[in-house]
Design a protein around this ligand. Sequence first.
Ligand SMILES: [Zn+2]
Length: 151
Amino acid sequence: MSELLRIIDSETALAQAEEKFAQTKRTRENLKQRRNDGKLLYNSWQGSNDWHQWRIQQLEHQGWKCACCSKQMGFGEKTYLDNGDFTLEPHHPTVDHILPKSFFPELTLDKQNLVMVCWSCNRKKSNSVAIASRMRHQKLEQRRNIKNSSL
Ligand SMILES: [Zn+2]
């Protein structure tokens, strides 16, 4: 390889590397933005009358069973920790996003994307899309069964 060619080659490689870096940075900023959007949207709904009503309605719809582990749920005590965080009793019902709001902020308040899961499952879930798909499947099944039984 001639000296000139080698320089061109490394310049190209450098440009490619720079472009890749810029892309990664854009993606990361985008993800951060999306995560933030989802959080803000959810916070705007949490604690509202509609939020309270929807939770009870959904719990009754699910027979107070966790959409993930099927165990019976019931409201429990909230315990504040020294660091300002809090913990709930394992069977306490929590709102959960089938497709995580961090990746799909546009589905944050879409009730088709919400189920009730116990605190114990909610903590374990951590944005796993595999679990999310399984839960989505279960939810669709539930809906189908209800439709069939009401015919
Ligand atoms: Zn559960």
